[in-house]
Write a protein that binds this ligand. Structure first.
Ligand code: PLP
Length: 480
Protein backbone atom coordinates (compact mmCIF):
# COMPACT_ATOMS: atom_id res chain seq x y z
CA UNK A 1 0.00 0.00 0.00
CA UNK A 2 1.30 3.47 -0.77
CA UNK A 3 1.89 5.51 2.36
CA UNK A 4 2.58 9.23 2.19
CA UNK A 5 5.50 10.06 4.45
CA UNK A 6 5.58 13.28 6.47
CA UNK A 7 8.05 14.63 3.88
CA UNK A 8 5.36 14.26 1.22
CA UNK A 9 7.19 11.40 -0.51
CA UNK A 10 5.19 8.23 -1.13
CA UNK A 11 6.54 4.73 -0.58
CA UNK A 12 4.92 1.35 -1.22
CA UNK A 13 4.96 -0.18 2.25
CA UNK A 14 4.92 -4.00 2.28
CA UNK A 15 1.56 -5.18 3.68
CA UNK A 16 2.93 -8.50 4.89
CA UNK A 17 5.64 -9.71 7.21
CA UNK A 18 8.29 -12.27 6.38
CA UNK A 19 8.05 -15.54 8.32
CA UNK A 20 10.18 -17.85 6.18
CA UNK A 21 13.43 -16.66 4.64
CA UNK A 22 15.89 -17.92 2.07
CA UNK A 23 19.53 -16.93 2.26
CA UNK A 24 20.89 -15.06 -0.75
CA UNK A 25 24.51 -14.42 -1.67
CA UNK A 26 26.20 -11.28 -2.90
CA UNK A 27 29.29 -12.34 -4.83
CA UNK A 28 32.22 -10.00 -5.40
CA UNK A 29 32.48 -8.35 -8.81
CA UNK A 30 35.36 -10.69 -9.81
CA UNK A 31 33.29 -13.73 -8.88
CA UNK A 32 30.37 -12.31 -10.82
CA UNK A 33 32.54 -11.88 -13.88
CA UNK A 34 33.71 -15.48 -13.63
CA UNK A 35 30.12 -16.71 -13.29
CA UNK A 36 28.97 -14.54 -16.21
CA UNK A 37 31.75 -15.82 -18.46
CA UNK A 38 30.88 -19.40 -17.59
CA UNK A 39 27.26 -18.62 -18.42
CA UNK A 40 28.23 -17.25 -21.84
CA UNK A 41 26.88 -13.79 -20.92
CA UNK A 42 23.42 -15.38 -20.83
CA UNK A 43 21.59 -14.73 -17.55
CA UNK A 44 19.45 -17.88 -18.05
CA UNK A 45 22.61 -19.94 -17.52
CA UNK A 46 23.56 -18.44 -14.15
CA UNK A 47 23.09 -20.46 -10.97
CA UNK A 48 21.16 -19.28 -7.92
CA UNK A 49 24.28 -19.48 -5.75
CA UNK A 50 25.83 -16.68 -7.82
CA UNK A 51 22.74 -14.44 -7.86
CA UNK A 52 21.91 -11.75 -5.32
CA UNK A 53 18.43 -10.58 -6.43
CA UNK A 54 16.74 -12.90 -8.91
CA UNK A 55 14.67 -10.58 -11.08
CA UNK A 56 14.71 -12.77 -14.18
CA UNK A 57 10.98 -13.43 -14.06
CA UNK A 58 7.82 -13.22 -12.00
CA UNK A 59 6.87 -16.79 -12.94
CA UNK A 60 6.70 -19.44 -10.24
CA UNK A 61 8.92 -17.39 -7.91
CA UNK A 62 6.31 -15.43 -5.95
CA UNK A 63 5.86 -15.75 -2.19
CA UNK A 64 2.85 -17.74 -1.02
CA UNK A 65 0.79 -16.64 1.94
CA UNK A 66 0.53 -18.53 5.24
CA UNK A 67 -2.98 -19.58 4.22
CA UNK A 68 -1.76 -21.00 0.92
CA UNK A 69 0.94 -23.04 2.66
CA UNK A 70 -1.61 -24.25 5.19
CA UNK A 71 -3.95 -25.20 2.34
CA UNK A 72 -1.25 -27.39 0.83
CA UNK A 73 -1.27 -29.49 3.98
CA UNK A 74 -4.97 -30.32 3.68
CA UNK A 75 -5.00 -30.85 -0.10
CA UNK A 76 -6.95 -33.93 -1.16
CA UNK A 77 -4.65 -36.40 -2.89
CA UNK A 78 -7.36 -38.28 -4.79
CA UNK A 79 -6.67 -39.10 -8.44
CA UNK A 80 -10.30 -38.44 -9.33
CA UNK A 81 -12.97 -36.43 -7.56
CA UNK A 82 -10.54 -34.69 -5.21
CA UNK A 83 -12.03 -32.03 -2.93
CA UNK A 84 -9.21 -29.60 -3.78
CA UNK A 85 -10.60 -29.42 -7.32
CA UNK A 86 -14.07 -28.55 -6.04
CA UNK A 87 -12.61 -25.83 -3.85
CA UNK A 88 -10.88 -24.48 -6.98
CA UNK A 89 -14.20 -24.60 -8.88
CA UNK A 90 -15.86 -22.62 -6.06
CA UNK A 91 -13.08 -20.04 -6.07
CA UNK A 92 -13.23 -19.64 -9.87
CA UNK A 93 -17.02 -19.17 -9.67
CA UNK A 94 -16.72 -16.59 -6.89
CA UNK A 95 -13.74 -14.64 -8.24
CA UNK A 96 -13.95 -14.98 -12.04
CA UNK A 97 -17.60 -15.90 -12.49
CA UNK A 98 -17.09 -19.06 -14.58
CA UNK A 99 -18.85 -22.38 -13.97
CA UNK A 100 -16.52 -24.81 -15.76
CA UNK A 101 -12.87 -25.25 -14.81
CA UNK A 102 -10.07 -27.29 -16.36
CA UNK A 103 -6.76 -27.32 -14.48
CA UNK A 104 -3.60 -27.74 -16.60
CA UNK A 105 0.08 -28.04 -15.71
CA UNK A 106 0.89 -24.44 -16.67
CA UNK A 107 -0.20 -21.56 -18.89
CA UNK A 108 1.26 -22.88 -22.14
CA UNK A 109 -0.66 -26.14 -21.66
CA UNK A 110 -3.88 -24.11 -21.67
CA UNK A 111 -2.75 -22.50 -24.92
CA UNK A 112 -1.98 -25.89 -26.39
CA UNK A 113 -5.46 -27.25 -25.62
CA UNK A 114 -7.31 -24.13 -26.73
CA UNK A 115 -5.46 -24.10 -30.05
CA UNK A 116 -5.92 -27.82 -30.51
CA UNK A 117 -9.68 -27.42 -30.21
CA UNK A 118 -10.38 -23.99 -31.69
CA UNK A 119 -7.65 -23.33 -34.27
CA UNK A 120 -7.56 -24.80 -37.76
CA UNK A 121 -4.47 -24.59 -40.01
CA UNK A 122 -4.50 -21.38 -42.04
CA UNK A 123 -6.52 -19.44 -39.48
CA UNK A 124 -5.39 -16.25 -37.78
CA UNK A 125 -5.54 -15.04 -34.18
CA UNK A 126 -5.71 -11.25 -33.76
CA UNK A 127 -4.28 -10.17 -30.39
CA UNK A 128 -3.14 -7.07 -28.49
CA UNK A 129 0.39 -8.54 -28.36
CA UNK A 130 2.00 -11.94 -28.51
CA UNK A 131 3.49 -13.94 -25.68
CA UNK A 132 6.34 -16.32 -26.61
CA UNK A 133 4.51 -19.56 -25.76
CA UNK A 134 1.21 -18.32 -27.20
CA UNK A 135 2.76 -17.63 -30.57
CA UNK A 136 4.64 -20.94 -30.57
CA UNK A 137 1.46 -23.01 -30.07
CA UNK A 138 -0.48 -21.09 -32.70
CA UNK A 139 2.32 -21.46 -35.26
CA UNK A 140 2.91 -25.15 -34.53
CA UNK A 141 -0.74 -25.78 -35.43
CA UNK A 142 -0.45 -23.84 -38.68
CA UNK A 143 -2.02 -20.57 -37.53
CA UNK A 144 -0.74 -17.00 -37.57
CA UNK A 145 -0.83 -14.42 -34.82
CA UNK A 146 -1.71 -10.86 -35.84
CA UNK A 147 -0.64 -8.16 -33.44
CA UNK A 148 -3.09 -5.27 -33.61
CA UNK A 149 -1.87 -2.93 -30.89
CA UNK A 150 -2.08 0.84 -31.26
CA UNK A 151 1.12 2.42 -32.60
CA UNK A 152 1.64 4.08 -29.21
CA UNK A 153 2.33 0.65 -27.66
CA UNK A 154 5.88 0.65 -29.01
CA UNK A 155 6.64 4.15 -27.72
CA UNK A 156 8.84 3.54 -24.66
CA UNK A 157 8.52 7.17 -23.52
CA UNK A 158 4.77 7.37 -23.33
CA UNK A 159 2.17 8.58 -20.86
CA UNK A 160 -0.63 6.55 -22.46
CA UNK A 161 -2.38 4.69 -19.60
CA UNK A 162 -3.50 1.70 -21.72
CA UNK A 163 -0.79 0.67 -24.16
CA UNK A 164 -2.21 -2.88 -24.00
CA UNK A 165 -5.38 -1.87 -25.89
CA UNK A 166 -6.37 -3.46 -29.17
CA UNK A 167 -6.56 -0.97 -32.04
CA UNK A 168 -10.23 -1.34 -33.03
CA UNK A 169 -9.70 -0.09 -36.58
CA UNK A 170 -7.04 -2.73 -37.10
CA UNK A 171 -9.40 -5.39 -35.73
CA UNK A 172 -12.11 -4.33 -38.16
CA UNK A 173 -9.56 -4.37 -40.99
CA UNK A 174 -8.48 -7.91 -40.07
CA UNK A 175 -12.12 -9.05 -40.13
CA UNK A 176 -12.63 -7.40 -43.52
CA UNK A 177 -9.43 -8.84 -44.96
CA UNK A 178 -9.70 -12.43 -43.68
CA UNK A 179 -13.44 -12.83 -43.06
CA UNK A 180 -14.79 -14.11 -39.72
CA UNK A 181 -14.46 -17.78 -40.73
CA UNK A 182 -10.67 -17.42 -41.00
CA UNK A 183 -10.39 -16.02 -37.49
CA UNK A 184 -9.94 -18.78 -34.89
CA UNK A 185 -10.53 -16.38 -32.02
CA UNK A 186 -9.67 -12.90 -30.82
CA UNK A 187 -7.22 -12.88 -27.91
CA UNK A 188 -6.60 -10.24 -25.30
CA UNK A 189 -3.79 -10.57 -22.82
CA UNK A 190 -4.11 -8.78 -19.50
CA UNK A 191 -1.10 -6.60 -18.59
CA UNK A 192 0.65 -7.47 -21.88
CA UNK A 193 3.82 -9.15 -20.73
CA UNK A 194 6.16 -8.41 -23.64
CA UNK A 195 5.00 -4.82 -24.13
CA UNK A 196 6.34 -3.99 -20.68
CA UNK A 197 3.42 -5.14 -18.53
CA UNK A 198 0.98 -2.65 -20.08
CA UNK A 199 -2.75 -2.94 -19.28
CA UNK A 200 -5.83 -2.57 -21.47
CA UNK A 201 -8.93 -0.61 -20.47
CA UNK A 202 -12.38 -2.04 -19.87
CA UNK A 203 -13.73 0.44 -22.41
CA UNK A 204 -11.46 -1.17 -25.01
CA UNK A 205 -12.32 -4.71 -23.94
CA UNK A 206 -16.05 -3.95 -24.15
CA UNK A 207 -15.61 -2.55 -27.65
CA UNK A 208 -13.72 -5.70 -28.70
CA UNK A 209 -16.57 -7.80 -27.25
CA UNK A 210 -19.10 -5.86 -29.33
CA UNK A 211 -17.10 -6.43 -32.51
CA UNK A 212 -16.81 -10.15 -31.66
CA UNK A 213 -20.60 -10.31 -31.12
CA UNK A 214 -21.27 -8.58 -34.41
CA UNK A 215 -19.17 -11.11 -36.32
CA UNK A 216 -19.84 -14.13 -34.07
CA UNK A 217 -16.18 -14.42 -33.09
CA UNK A 218 -14.82 -16.32 -30.11
CA UNK A 219 -13.16 -14.07 -27.52
CA UNK A 220 -10.34 -15.49 -25.38
CA UNK A 221 -8.80 -13.73 -22.37
CA UNK A 222 -5.28 -14.60 -21.22
CA UNK A 223 -5.64 -13.71 -17.55
CA UNK A 224 -2.18 -14.70 -16.33
CA UNK A 225 -1.82 -11.15 -14.98
CA UNK A 226 -5.51 -10.29 -14.63
CA UNK A 227 -5.40 -8.84 -11.13
CA UNK A 228 -2.66 -6.38 -12.03
CA UNK A 229 -4.61 -5.24 -15.09
CA UNK A 230 -7.65 -4.76 -12.85
CA UNK A 231 -5.59 -2.81 -10.31
CA UNK A 232 -4.30 -0.52 -13.09
CA UNK A 233 -7.84 -0.03 -14.43
CA UNK A 234 -8.89 1.06 -10.95
CA UNK A 235 -6.05 3.60 -10.90
CA UNK A 236 -6.21 4.83 -14.50
CA UNK A 237 -9.64 4.36 -16.07
CA UNK A 238 -12.28 7.06 -15.54
CA UNK A 239 -15.25 5.69 -13.59
CA UNK A 240 -13.41 2.83 -11.87
CA UNK A 241 -11.65 4.52 -8.96
CA UNK A 242 -14.44 3.64 -6.53
CA UNK A 243 -14.76 0.03 -7.69
CA UNK A 244 -12.97 -2.85 -6.03
CA UNK A 245 -10.34 -4.98 -7.77
CA UNK A 246 -12.65 -7.98 -7.33
CA UNK A 247 -15.50 -6.22 -9.11
CA UNK A 248 -13.26 -5.14 -11.99
CA UNK A 249 -11.87 -8.67 -12.44
CA UNK A 250 -15.45 -9.99 -12.60
CA UNK A 251 -16.37 -7.43 -15.21
CA UNK A 252 -13.33 -8.29 -17.35
CA UNK A 253 -14.11 -12.01 -17.14
CA UNK A 254 -17.78 -11.49 -18.00
CA UNK A 255 -16.70 -10.22 -21.43
CA UNK A 256 -14.66 -13.28 -22.50
CA UNK A 257 -15.94 -16.63 -23.80
CA UNK A 258 -12.88 -18.55 -22.67
CA UNK A 259 -10.44 -17.58 -19.96
CA UNK A 260 -7.06 -19.11 -19.30
CA UNK A 261 -4.14 -18.35 -17.08
CA UNK A 262 -0.73 -19.36 -15.89
CA UNK A 263 -1.12 -19.78 -12.13
CA UNK A 264 2.61 -19.10 -11.78
CA UNK A 265 1.94 -15.33 -11.84
CA UNK A 266 -1.01 -13.68 -10.00
CA UNK A 267 -1.93 -16.63 -7.83
CA UNK A 268 1.67 -17.21 -6.69
CA UNK A 269 1.67 -20.97 -7.27
CA UNK A 270 2.65 -23.24 -10.18
CA UNK A 271 0.06 -24.55 -12.61
CA UNK A 272 -2.66 -23.11 -14.77
CA UNK A 273 -6.24 -23.45 -15.90
CA UNK A 274 -8.94 -22.83 -18.46
CA UNK A 275 -12.41 -21.60 -17.43
CA UNK A 276 -15.63 -20.87 -19.30
CA UNK A 277 -19.40 -20.65 -18.94
CA UNK A 278 -19.99 -22.37 -22.26
CA UNK A 279 -20.73 -26.04 -21.66
CA UNK A 280 -20.04 -27.04 -25.25
CA UNK A 281 -16.57 -25.48 -25.19
CA UNK A 282 -15.91 -27.07 -21.82
CA UNK A 283 -16.79 -30.55 -23.08
CA UNK A 284 -14.70 -30.12 -26.23
CA UNK A 285 -11.67 -29.16 -24.14
CA UNK A 286 -12.34 -31.74 -21.45
CA UNK A 287 -11.99 -34.63 -23.86
CA UNK A 288 -8.34 -33.75 -24.48
CA UNK A 289 -7.42 -33.03 -20.88
CA UNK A 290 -6.57 -36.60 -19.82
CA UNK A 291 -4.56 -37.12 -23.02
CA UNK A 292 -2.17 -34.22 -22.43
CA UNK A 293 -2.49 -33.15 -18.81
CA UNK A 294 -4.21 -35.57 -16.45
CA UNK A 295 -7.65 -36.33 -15.09
CA UNK A 296 -10.07 -33.39 -14.85
CA UNK A 297 -9.69 -32.93 -11.10
CA UNK A 298 -5.93 -32.32 -11.14
CA UNK A 299 -5.00 -31.63 -14.79
CA UNK A 300 -1.29 -32.40 -14.41
CA UNK A 301 -0.93 -30.14 -11.38
CA UNK A 302 0.15 -31.26 -7.93
CA UNK A 303 -3.05 -31.24 -5.84
CA UNK A 304 -1.17 -29.15 -3.30
CA UNK A 305 -0.84 -26.47 -5.95
CA UNK A 306 -4.51 -26.85 -6.92
CA UNK A 307 -5.46 -26.12 -3.32
CA UNK A 308 -3.04 -23.18 -3.05
CA UNK A 309 -4.31 -21.81 -6.36
CA UNK A 310 -7.90 -21.77 -5.09
CA UNK A 311 -6.73 -19.68 -2.13
CA UNK A 312 -4.44 -17.54 -4.30
CA UNK A 313 -7.34 -16.65 -6.61
CA UNK A 314 -9.30 -15.21 -3.70
CA UNK A 315 -6.26 -13.44 -2.28
CA UNK A 316 -5.32 -11.73 -5.55
CA UNK A 317 -8.48 -9.62 -5.42
CA UNK A 318 -7.19 -7.76 -2.35
CA UNK A 319 -5.73 -4.42 -3.46
CA UNK A 320 -2.55 -4.93 -1.42
CA UNK A 321 -1.95 -8.24 -3.24
CA UNK A 322 -3.03 -7.11 -6.72
CA UNK A 323 -1.01 -3.91 -6.26
CA UNK A 324 2.05 -5.29 -4.52
CA UNK A 325 4.22 -5.70 -7.62
CA UNK A 326 2.59 -2.77 -9.46
CA UNK A 327 3.49 -0.32 -6.71
CA UNK A 328 7.02 -1.66 -6.34
CA UNK A 329 7.50 -1.42 -10.11
CA UNK A 330 6.21 2.15 -10.09
CA UNK A 331 8.53 3.14 -7.24
CA UNK A 332 11.47 1.40 -8.97
CA UNK A 333 10.81 3.10 -12.31
CA UNK A 334 10.32 6.55 -10.78
CA UNK A 335 13.53 6.30 -8.76
CA UNK A 336 15.45 5.34 -11.92
CA UNK A 337 13.80 8.16 -13.91
CA UNK A 338 14.83 10.63 -11.19
CA UNK A 339 18.40 9.55 -11.88
CA UNK A 340 17.97 9.98 -15.65
CA UNK A 341 17.98 6.24 -16.44
CA UNK A 342 15.81 5.39 -19.50
CA UNK A 343 12.95 3.11 -18.43
CA UNK A 344 9.71 2.24 -20.21
CA UNK A 345 6.83 4.54 -19.25
CA UNK A 346 4.27 4.42 -17.93
CA UNK A 347 5.46 1.74 -15.51
CA UNK A 348 3.35 -1.39 -15.90
CA UNK A 349 2.56 -4.60 -14.11
CA UNK A 350 5.23 -7.18 -13.69
CA UNK A 351 8.60 -5.55 -14.09
CA UNK A 352 10.59 -2.39 -14.46
CA UNK A 353 11.90 -2.34 -18.04
CA UNK A 354 15.11 -0.62 -19.09
CA UNK A 355 15.05 0.71 -22.65
CA UNK A 356 18.34 -0.72 -23.87
CA UNK A 357 18.34 1.27 -27.10
CA UNK A 358 18.37 4.51 -25.15
CA UNK A 359 20.61 3.16 -22.37
CA UNK A 360 23.27 1.90 -24.81
CA UNK A 361 22.71 3.93 -28.01
CA UNK A 362 26.23 3.09 -29.24
CA UNK A 363 25.42 -0.64 -29.58
CA UNK A 364 23.66 -1.64 -32.83
CA UNK A 365 20.78 -4.11 -32.61
CA UNK A 366 22.88 -6.74 -34.37
CA UNK A 367 25.16 -6.66 -31.30
CA UNK A 368 22.25 -7.18 -28.89
CA UNK A 369 22.04 -4.08 -26.65
CA UNK A 370 19.39 -5.62 -24.35
CA UNK A 371 21.46 -8.75 -23.87
CA UNK A 372 24.59 -6.70 -23.19
CA UNK A 373 22.64 -4.56 -20.71
CA UNK A 374 21.27 -7.59 -18.92
CA UNK A 375 24.81 -8.97 -18.56
CA UNK A 376 26.15 -5.58 -17.44
CA UNK A 377 23.42 -5.24 -14.77
CA UNK A 378 24.45 -8.62 -13.36
CA UNK A 379 28.11 -7.67 -13.39
CA UNK A 380 27.48 -4.37 -11.58
CA UNK A 381 24.99 -5.67 -9.03
CA UNK A 382 24.56 -9.44 -8.89
CA UNK A 383 20.96 -8.86 -10.04
CA UNK A 384 19.65 -11.25 -12.66
CA UNK A 385 17.36 -9.75 -15.33
CA UNK A 386 16.07 -11.00 -18.69
CA UNK A 387 16.84 -9.90 -22.23
CA UNK A 388 13.64 -9.14 -24.16
CA UNK A 389 14.94 -7.99 -27.51
CA UNK A 390 16.67 -9.39 -30.58
CA UNK A 391 18.27 -12.35 -28.77
CA UNK A 392 14.74 -13.39 -27.73
CA UNK A 393 13.67 -13.21 -31.40
CA UNK A 394 14.95 -16.15 -33.42
CA UNK A 395 16.33 -15.77 -36.94
CA UNK A 396 14.03 -16.21 -39.93
CA UNK A 397 13.94 -19.32 -42.13
CA UNK A 398 16.90 -18.07 -44.19
CA UNK A 399 19.04 -17.48 -41.11
CA UNK A 400 18.66 -13.72 -41.27
CA UNK A 401 18.56 -11.79 -38.01
CA UNK A 402 15.09 -10.37 -37.17
CA UNK A 403 15.54 -7.13 -35.26
CA UNK A 404 13.06 -6.91 -32.38
CA UNK A 405 10.48 -4.09 -32.09
CA UNK A 406 11.85 -3.22 -28.67
CA UNK A 407 15.18 -3.82 -26.94
CA UNK A 408 14.23 -4.22 -23.31
CA UNK A 409 15.99 -5.48 -20.24
CA UNK A 410 13.24 -6.73 -17.99
CA UNK A 411 13.78 -6.42 -14.25
CA UNK A 412 10.92 -8.51 -12.91
CA UNK A 413 9.56 -7.87 -9.44
CA UNK A 414 8.33 -11.19 -8.01
CA UNK A 415 5.26 -10.71 -5.82
CA UNK A 416 5.88 -10.26 -2.07
CA UNK A 417 9.52 -11.37 -2.37
CA UNK A 418 11.76 -8.30 -2.28
CA UNK A 419 11.65 -5.17 -0.14
CA UNK A 420 12.18 -1.50 -0.82
CA UNK A 421 15.80 -1.75 0.42
CA UNK A 422 16.46 -4.34 -2.31
CA UNK A 423 14.97 -1.97 -4.86
CA UNK A 424 17.04 0.94 -3.55
CA UNK A 425 20.16 -1.21 -3.99
CA UNK A 426 19.10 -2.03 -7.56
CA UNK A 427 18.45 1.66 -8.34
CA UNK A 428 21.89 2.61 -7.04
CA UNK A 429 23.84 0.02 -9.03
CA UNK A 430 21.83 0.52 -12.25
CA UNK A 431 22.39 4.27 -11.95
CA UNK A 432 26.12 3.66 -11.51
CA UNK A 433 26.05 1.48 -14.60
CA UNK A 434 24.23 4.19 -16.55
CA UNK A 435 26.98 6.65 -15.64
CA UNK A 436 29.52 4.14 -17.01
CA UNK A 437 27.48 2.98 -20.00
CA UNK A 438 30.25 3.84 -22.49
CA UNK A 439 32.28 0.94 -21.09
CA UNK A 440 29.63 -1.58 -22.17
CA UNK A 441 29.97 -2.95 -25.70
CA UNK A 442 27.99 -5.49 -27.68
CA UNK A 443 27.84 -9.28 -27.65
CA UNK A 444 28.32 -11.94 -30.29
CA UNK A 445 27.07 -15.51 -30.35
CA UNK A 446 29.55 -18.32 -29.86
CA UNK A 447 26.92 -21.08 -29.54
CA UNK A 448 23.55 -20.37 -31.12
CA UNK A 449 20.68 -22.87 -30.90
CA UNK A 450 18.23 -22.78 -33.83
CA UNK A 451 15.05 -22.26 -31.73
CA UNK A 452 14.40 -20.18 -28.61
CA UNK A 453 18.08 -19.32 -28.64
CA UNK A 454 17.77 -17.03 -25.62
CA UNK A 455 17.45 -20.01 -23.28
CA UNK A 456 20.66 -21.92 -24.03
CA UNK A 457 22.69 -19.68 -26.34
CA UNK A 458 26.22 -18.66 -25.33
CA UNK A 459 27.74 -15.30 -26.19
CA UNK A 460 30.99 -13.40 -25.75
CA UNK A 461 31.68 -9.77 -24.87
CA UNK A 462 33.11 -7.70 -27.72
CA UNK A 463 36.40 -6.01 -26.77
CA UNK A 464 36.33 -7.95 -23.49
CA UNK A 465 34.15 -5.21 -21.95
CA UNK A 466 33.30 -7.37 -18.94
CA UNK A 467 36.87 -6.86 -17.76
CA UNK A 468 36.87 -3.10 -18.36
CA UNK A 469 33.57 -2.66 -16.55
CA UNK A 470 34.50 -4.76 -13.53
CA UNK A 471 37.86 -2.96 -13.19
CA UNK A 472 36.02 0.38 -13.13
CA UNK A 473 33.57 -1.00 -10.56
CA UNK A 474 36.38 -2.17 -8.25
CA UNK A 475 38.20 1.13 -8.48
CA UNK A 476 35.14 3.14 -7.48
CA UNK A 477 33.07 0.82 -5.30
CA UNK A 478 35.38 -1.96 -4.14
CA UNK A 479 34.59 -5.65 -4.39
CA UNK A 480 30.85 -5.34 -3.71
C1 PLP B 1 3.59 -16.80 -18.32
C2 PLP B 1 2.59 -16.52 -19.32
C3 PLP B 1 2.09 -17.52 -20.17
C4 PLP B 1 2.62 -18.93 -20.16
O1 PLP B 1 2.44 -19.52 -18.92
P1 PLP B 1 3.45 -20.65 -18.36
O2 PLP B 1 2.86 -20.99 -17.02
O3 PLP B 1 4.80 -20.03 -18.26
O4 PLP B 1 3.41 -21.79 -19.30
C5 PLP B 1 1.11 -17.16 -21.06
N1 PLP B 1 0.65 -15.90 -21.15
C6 PLP B 1 1.12 -14.92 -20.36
C7 PLP B 1 0.57 -13.54 -20.48
C8 PLP B 1 2.10 -15.18 -19.42
O5 PLP B 1 2.57 -14.18 -18.65
Amino acid sequence: MNIRLASGKEIPVEMHKVRIVQKIHLRSVDERRRALEEAGYNTFLLRTRDIFLDMLTDSGVNAMSDNQLAGMMVADDAYAGGESYYRLVDAVKDVLGYRFVLPVHQGRAAEHLIDKVFLKPGQVVPTNYHFTTTRAHIEILGGTMLEIYADEALNTQSTHPFKGNIDLNKLNDVIKRYGPEKIAYVRMEATTNLLGGQPFSLENMRAVREICDRHKLLFVLDGSLVSENAYLIKQREPGYAHKGVAEIIKEMCSLADIYYMSARKNTSVRGGMIATNNEKFYLQLRDWLPVYEGFLTYGGMSVKEVEAMAIGLREMTAPEVAGCAVEQVKYFAHRLLENGVPVVTPPGGLACHLDARRFLPHIPQTQYPAGALSAAVYLSSGIRTMERGTISTDRDKDGKEILADLELTRIAVPRRVYTISHIEYAVDRITWLYQHRDLVKGLKFVEEPPVLRFFFGKLAALEDWGKTLSEAFKKELGDY
